[in-house]
Design a protein around this ligand. Structure first.
Ligand code: NAD
Length: 256
């Protein structure tokens, strides 16, 4: 379905981004990976799916590096057809204790990076009259949790950016939508499981159950594979007139 299309997925060396990259690759899209840590393993995984894969290590907190990455993707594959703004970090602290430097980093990586990548890919998408921009927000783009001020502010911002981008392109073949996962057991969440286990003297399994029990009625983690299939739907012909939604996949978290 996505043969001859190119998807740039930010923060795709692990977790949700890698899951979405693999799902798009299974549909035939060439993939540009981004993110820190090991990039060779993820590149090899994508290559086994029979598509072309490239990697750019832009730090998503740096607009000049984001610009360089978009130029790299265009020079390698001609154009970015699908942009998945996924890179994100978390920091947990009460507002009055929140380190200013962490606030700035969360806003830069979780929110401003999506603005920069979006503004840079839009002209070519508009010229082709086809594009898909998928923003990985969070249930925290829709509701709040204590001690996550920067993350919740950034993710609410991402949902707002999604709606504006969708509206500005509503008469074109370019759509923009957000995905709002509940708990997904990635390194980002395992850190929170570890913190809970340490603070309460719990086993890893009991800390996971407690984390799920607080928020996610299904008592199940959403998986990167499930989120990947939602991204595929947004890219499919049936998704052509889905514009500006913030679609939660959260085991019932925000239904409460
Ligand atoms: P993760 O830690 O597994 O992956 C984050 C990715 O972002 C990694 O590839 C990392 O290298 C990359 N990254 C971090 N800082 C970066 C930077 N400055 N520049 C470039 N890349 C950077 O986390 P994840 O859980 O897969 O999170 C992915 C996205 O999903 C994030 O936006 C997160 O907020 C969102 N999300 C996660 C959950 C969850 O439960 N895990 C829930 C809702 C939303």
């Amino acid at each position: 379905m996505l043969a001859n299309k190119t998807a740039l997925v930010t923060g795709s060396t692990s977790g949700i981004g890698l899951g979405i990259a693999k799902a798009l690759a299974r549909q035939g899209a060439n993939i540009v990976l981004n993110g820190f840590g090991d990039s060779e393993g993820p590149q090899a995984e994508i290559a086994t799916l029979g598509v072309q894969v490239a990697y750019h290590g832009a730090d998503m907190s740096k607009p000049t590096e984001i610009e360089d990455m978009v130029k790299f993707a265009a020079s390698r594959f001609g154009r970015v057809d699908i942009l998945v703004n996924n890179a994100g970090i978390q920091h947990v602290a009460r507002v009055e204790d929140f380190p200013v430097e962490r606030w700035d980093a969360v806003i830069a990586i979780n929110l401003s990076s999506a603005f920069h990548a979006t503004r840079l890919v839009l002209p070519a998408m508009r010229a082709a009259n086809w594009g898909r921009i998928i923003n990985v927000a969070s249930v925290h783009g829709l509701v709040a949790s204590a001690e996550k001020s920067a993350y919740v502010a950034a993710k609410h911002g991402v949902v707002g950016l999604t709606k504006v981008t969708a509206l500005e392109n509503a008469t074109t073949g370019v759509t923009c939508n957000a995905i709002c996962p509940g708990w997904v057991l990635t390194p980002l969440v395992q850190k929170q499981v570890d913190a809970k286990a340490a603070a309460l003297g719990l086993s890893n399994e009991d800390a996971k159950k407690q984390l799920l029990g607080e928020k996610e009625p299904s008592m199940q983690f959403t998986t990167p594979e499930e989120l990947g299939e939602l991204a595929v739907f947004f890219c499919s012909p049936a998704g052509a007139n889905v514009r500006g939604v913030a679609w939660n996949m959260d085991g019932g978290w925000v239904a409460q």
